[in-house]
Write a protein that binds this ligand. Structure first.
Ligand code: ATP
Ligand code: MG
Length: 811
């Protein structure tokens, strides 16, 4: 649409008539929100980068710096991979301080506030306990079933080595693994697609303010937990730790509400927590409890991972509660698993992933450059991994669309994984003596001499967690470089292919395992080079390699360093780990985004990054706002409200003072004196509850209590199911007690940067733009803002405006 057409359209819709959308509806003009996109795109003349600056059009120039050359956002064409999905609605993290809320607050006593605070801690305690119990269930199932699976295979492999029938255990291995993999995939593909992957990108988006449908349902939680158990048992290159974040978040979202909409029961408790803001804080705690259970490290994984990777909003109160929740979760897991393994009172099971303690290994100064070099390798390998995974994901989104095709892909990947493992066990001759120090769970002799076992078979025929531990702690001579090298190459590519399949799966373990493999290779090299110097411990280098690889893929630094320090109990490695992780992150970031952010982009999730695009101080709010604005009067006719909801898909409507069109305006640039903001969800409840009145001056009846609004949260009545009589349509709805009377506003000359800061810091969903007379001039939503991006890659910045539309497929 060119500028003139757009201006024409705007003019057409901005004639001073009663209720914008209503008049459109009355005239039979359907209201197409896509026509009212932000102004910047219409004024784009060409693409400008920071160096090749293109002057902004006259009307977008900063009045205070008329000669200033500024950023122009290049509008990307509509396309699946560069489109923000309009499927995902935003959450309302802003507290609606309306009349009914204030009335309720005024009745509160200091005692009730203390009680509410104490209740928060109790809820957080139960979130920690329940999350840990889920983690324990997953772990015990995996451990027990793995014993049966690999014990059975070991028996047949050893029998068939002698009887020359190795194809039988191969087929058995294939059959068992594919069976579990099919189950894992069917659960997700046909049961609950939102449970696919680790769920970390989706939880991250939820915490950023995006309402991802079905993310916290009970069914999703079940599919996630059962699915990840089956994926691990299927022998796929996945871990069970990442999905614990999603499980914890789902537990928190459910427990904190005191009701289950899926099961249709309401305990009638915790009603005060039934709003997006409170729920978000609990979900942050739940996600932290999930990671804490996974790694048994409450500080690093619980608090810091949430801070670094998950959360978008943080405050001191949240810090204490998250720490408490993580501690409870890690402690409960430890108690339950220790009891299960017959060590009650010893508390020896720190987390699902137990790295094992590292004895005090000396740390030499000359190792620092080696750590940096390993960080560079990890960053490069991580960027390569992410880039390959991106292309595989693009392929999947284009060609693997039907559900059966997704299940088939899982079968193919599982078959290839088993076959590669079997070929390596068969052909790579890596015999090691059975030593007491190497804790090999299923030592298989294969073609080795008596008293020896095949080290390659030991790597494949155990859980990936056990393989990571083996690479960290086995004696220097246990693994031969050829088998470790081959294992790394195969596992790296398999993990890349596996991540993004239609199964529940985590990336932590595959990343750590492939990193541990190449790290151990580095360690073996140094060990030989220095003829067994005490500092050149291959296990230590396996740990650094693992950290570097995960840092390169997920770009987590601070939390991962602390997780590894906490779980290995070795503080002296802290500096080395930090150096490696920071280097890996910087190197990886130079080429592409981290795996989670890449997933978010691919799914078109409108996530707001931490900071505004650089150099956007010259772009004004008036050029990105939507107008004409659909507004409602303080006391509005019911038929008008119905038409507005029917004809538009907007989620928020400024409420204006009645005589908003006073004064002469040739071209309408303002839409009335602002009185408040009302949400679509509130209007739906009001239309359902029908507190209508007959007078246009307002209602004298007491308003609907806040409790009714909480009762509907989070699933609001379907508008189509509400029926109105003619009399009801002709009556009035007094919006004053329910609207937010003090919504955030921004002057139209405010910069894009400032606007962004407001959204990001306050968790806003809507921002009303006002003109010089303080009247409504336009509307900005968080999704509108999320469209303006600065893509930084290989030292260059690309300013883009993403189109809206399409159907985002959750990662
Ligand atoms: P959300 O996730 O909250 O739905 P959104 O950007 O999709 O975010 P909508 O309320 O669905 O917001 O509105 C869609 C488009 O219409 C956005 O570009 C927004 O700026 C614009 N818009 C929102 N509310 C109004 C309104 N009351 N009048 C005019 N335009 C509006
Ligand atoms: Mg919308």
């Amino acid at each position: 649409m060119d500028t003139e057409t757009q201006t024409l359209l705007n003019d057409q819709h901005s004639k001073p008539k009663q209720g914008l959308s209503l008049t459109n509806a009355e005239n039979g003009v359907s209201f197409d929100p896509s026509q009212f996109q932000p102004r910047v795109r219409d004024r784009h003349i060409s693409y400008g980068s920071i160096n090749g600056a293109v002057p902004l059009p006259e009307n977008n120039r900063d009045p205070e710096m008329p000669g200033q050359q500024a950023v122009v956002f290049r509008r990307l064409p509509q396309g699946m991979l560069s489109t923000l999905s309009s499927e995902f609605e935003s959450l309302d993290y802003e507290l609606c301080e309306n009349k009914i809320f204030k009335e309720e607050e005024s009745k509160k006593s200091p005692g009730s506030i203390t009680k509410q605070n104490a209740t928060r801690w109790v809820v957080v305690f139960f979130i920690g306990v329940c999350t840990a119990l889920i983690a324990c269930t997953i772990d015990i199932c995996v451990v027990e079933m793995t014993k049966i699976k690999y014990g059975f295979l070991k028996k047949y492999i050893e029998k068939c080595v002698k009887e020359n029938c190795l194809y039988i255990p191969y087929l058995q291995w294939l059959g068992i693994s594919c069976g579990f993999a099919i189950l894992a995939s069917v659960l997700v593909t046909y049961g609950e697609p939102v449970a696919a992957g680790s769920g970390i990108p989706l939880v991250k988006c939820y915490l950023n303010g995006i309402n991802v449908h079905r993310l916290h349902r009970l069914k999703t939680l079940f599919v996630k937990a059962a699915g990840v158990t089956c994926s691990v048992l299927g022998g796929l290159a996945v871990g069970k730790e990442g999905p614990m974040v999603h499980s914890g978040a789902a537990v928190a979202a459910g427990l904190s509400q005191g009701k289950s909409t899926s099961l249709g029961f309401d305990f009638g408790i915790l009603k005060a927590f039934r709003c997006d803001q409170e729920k978000r804080d609990f979900v942050t705690g739940g996600a932290a409890a999930g990671v804490a259970a996974a790694f048994g490290a409450p500080i690093g994984s619980g608090v810091l991972f949430s801070l670094e990777e998950g959360s978008s909003f943080w405050n001191q109160n949240i810090t204490w509660r998250i720490f408490f929740c993580s501690m409870v979760s890690a402690f409960t897991l430890n108690v339950v698993l220790s009891t299960y393994h017959g060590q009650l009172g010893i508390l020896a099971y720190d987390g699902l992933l137990n790295f094992g303690k590292f004895p005090d290994i000396p740390f030499a100064l000359l190792e620092l450059p080696i750590f940096i070099a390993m960080g560079i390798i990890g960053g490069l390998a991580g960027a390569l991994f992410n880039q390959m995974n991106y292309h595989i994901s693009v392929f999947r989104r284009r060609f693997i669309l039907s559900r059966w095709a997704k299940v088939l892909e899982v079968i193919v990947v599982c078959s290839v994984t088993v076959s590669v493992g079997f070929i390596m066990i068969y052909f790579v001759d890596d015999c090691k003596p059975l030593g007491a120090k190497d804790a090999v769970e299923f030592p298989i002799q294969m073609f080795c001499e008596d008293g020896q076992f095949n080290a390659v078979a030991a790597m494949w025929l155990q859980t990936p967690e056990a393989s990571v531990r083996a690479l960290f702690h086995d004696q220097p001579g246990t693994h031969n470089p050829l088998s470790v090298g081959l294992f790394f190459i195969t596992y790296f590519f398999l993990a890349c292919w596996t991540y993004g399949l239609s199964i529940s799966s985590g990336i932590f373990i595959p990343a750590l395992l492939s990193g541990a493999a190449w790290g151990r290779l580095v360690g073996l090299g140094l060990y030989r080079l220095t003829q067994g110097a005490a500092w050149a411990d291959p296990g230590k280098y396996a740990l650094i390699g693992a950290a570097s690889q995960l840092g390169g893929i997920a770009r987590v630094t601070l939390s991962l360093a602390v997780i590894l320090i906490e779980t290995t109990g070795n503080l002296s490695l802290g500096l080395g780990l930090m150096l490696t992780l920071l280097t890996a992150k910087f190197v990886g970031d130079f080429f592409n985004a981290g795996i989670y952010d890449m997933n978010v982009q691919l799914a078109g999730l409108p996530m707001l990054p931490w900071s505004a695009p650089p150099m956007c101080h010259g772009t004004q709010a008036q050029y990105i706002m939507s107008k004409p604005v659909v507004v409602l009067k303080e006391v509005e006719r019911v038929s008008t409200v119905i038409s507005v909801l029917e004809d538009t898909r907007h989620q928020g409507f400024p409420v204006i003072f009645e005589d908003r069109f006073s004064g002469s305006q040739a071209k309408q640039t303002s839409f009335g004196v602002l009185r408040g903001l009302i949400l679509r969800s509130q209007l739906k409840i009001l239309l359902k509850e029908k507190p209508f009145c007959s007078s246009p001056t307002g209602s004298t009846r007491p308003p609907i209590p806040l409790e009714t609004f909480r009762m509907y949260y989070p699933r609001y009545p379907a508008f189509e199911d509400i029926h109105f009589t003619e009399e009801e349509r002709a009556s009035y709805l007094d919006l004053r007690p329910y609207m937010n009377p003090t919504p955030y506003t921004v002057p139209k000359h405010a910069s894009l940067h400032r606007t962004f800061q407001l959204f990001r810091a306050l968790g806003l969903r809507h921002l009303i733009v006002t003109d010089d007379n303080n009247e409504v001039a336009g509307m900005i939503t968080r999704k509108t803002l999320a469209r303006y991006r600065a893509r930084i890659c290989c030292g260059a910045i690309d300013f883009v405006e993403l189109p809206l539309g399409g159907h985002g497929v959750p990662p």
